[in-house]
Design a protein around this ligand. Structure first.
Ligand SMILES: Nc1ncnc2c1ncn2[C@@H]1O[C@H](COP(=O)(O)OP(=O)(O)OP(=O)(O)O)[C@@H](O)[C@H]1O
Ligand SMILES: [Mg+2]
Length: 361
């Protein structure tokens, strides 16, 4: 699946811009503030309906405007083109349309390539709290096994129900016996989620270590899943029952996969706590590449890789290794402030920002 064009009309500083995308690597080159990241964001927004920069989509609306809109054209293996249009408006909220019609998220997800983003602020995935890593891992497993895409949501719903009762009990209301039903539901959802996460990490761990080495890590880097609760649904249910008194006191669930951790380590030490900036960046890239590899092998889909400002973080040798890695198929959009930072294979298709027709205008 290929993205053949992206259009911002408008989005942030981009009033109206259409860029045709080639297969392989497309490099967007221009000075600071030219709108490169805005273009990457427009593409991500058109495909996913979200932004990787903010949870408040209204920030995408141009200053003084009332609407932000981005459209991507996607071509599938049979050559059929479809248009994905995302918009957010001050008065009408947000929309995500497939060929002009509202479509549910699952249908939209099937109509586009998976997307992976590297951007400097995405380093919080390595540096930040575990919740981000859990969300990221769950995003990967939804792309890897579409049928398991609902596991995270199902667990979240069961957890919210159990927590609602726990908080009533903590306040002196409700009937503790009712917890039995919620425990069973939560345990079933938890067991499925934990199993899927474990399988996902088992697939990613090898390629993660190998890619990190390829990107120049001189220590041994590892990815590991640290589940809070393990075992069958029945075992997890029993575990919940054991912790009931504690949970009623707290007014919430103190045990389960909502507390899992995805560990990124170098020589057995947490990269989150001890990694250098460069190591944390390389680890994030290694994770994205490991996921790309897994999706290619299992589903024969290759995620579209959006690499915002990745080159400025890397020395020349690592830049070359990175671009060589991208040459293995799929599509990648790279932004850079100058051509000199791009190794030759990344110069085959260069999109200037601002567009040449506008430069100097
Ligand atoms: N909602 C908005 N409306 C209008 N302009 C905006 C909005 N949000 C951001 N901008 C402007 O968009 C411009 C371009 O931003 P962008 O982040 O895309 O630049 P860039 O080319 O990626 O630069 P850099 O090389 O520094 O990363 C900035 O000047 C910023 O002020
Ligand atoms: Mg930028």
């Amino acid at each position: 699946m290929l993205v053949t064009a992206i259009e911002a009309r408008p989005l942030r500083s981009l009033e109206r811009l259409r860029v045709e995308l080639a297969p392989g690597i497309v490099s967007v080159v221009g000075p600071n503030g030219a709108g490169k990241t805005n273009l990457v964001e427009a593409l991500y927004f058109a495909l996913t309906g979200r932004s990787f920069r903010t949870s408040d989509r209204r920030e995408l609306i141009p200053f003084g405007g009332s609407l932000a809109r981005a459209e991507a054209t996607v071509r599938d293996e049979d050559g059929i083109e479809r248009r994905l249009l995302a918009s957010v408006s001050r008065s009408e909220g947000r929309r995500h349309l497939l060929d002009g019609n509202p479509a549910d998220p699952a249908t939209i997800a099937r109509s586009r390539p998976p997307v992976a983003v590297f951007a400097p602020d995405r380093l919080t995935l390595v540096k930040g709290p575990p919740a981000e890593r859990r969300a990221h891992l769950d995003g990967f497993l939804a792309a890897r096994w579409p049928a398991r895409g609902e596991l995270r949501k199902r667990y979240g719903q069961a957890l919210a129900q159990r927590n609602a009762l726990l908080s009533r009990l903590a306040a002196g209301y409700g009937n503790p016996a009712d917890l039995g039903v919620w425990d069973a539901g939560l345990a079933t959802a938890a067991a499925a989620l934990v199993e899927a996460r474990a399988e996902a990490v088992a697939e990613l761990a090898g390629p993660f270590t190998a890619t990190a080495a390829e990107l120049g890590f001189d220590t041994s880097v590892a990815l590991a899943y640290a589940p809070r609760a393990e075992g069958s649904a029945e075992e997890i249910r029993a575990g919940l029952e054991e912790r009931r008194a504690t949970d009623v006191n707290l007014g919430r669930s103190s045990w389960g996969p909502h507390l899992d951790e995805l560990k990124l380590e170098a020589d057995g030490r947490s990269l989150r706590k001890y990694g250098s900036q460069g190591q944390q960046r390389a680890a994030l890239l290694a994770l994205l590449f490991a996921e790309r590899e897994a999706l290619r092998r299992a589903r024969r889909v290759v995620p579209l890789l959006l690499l915002d400002d990745v080159m400025s973080e890397l020395d020349p040798d690592r830049r070359e290794r990175l671009v060589a890695r991208l040459g293995d198929g799929g599509q990648a959009l790279i932004t850079a402030a100058d051509r000199e930072s791009l190794p030759p294979p990344a110069l085959a298709t260069v999109v200037p920002m601002p567009p040449e027709s506008e430069a100097g205008a």
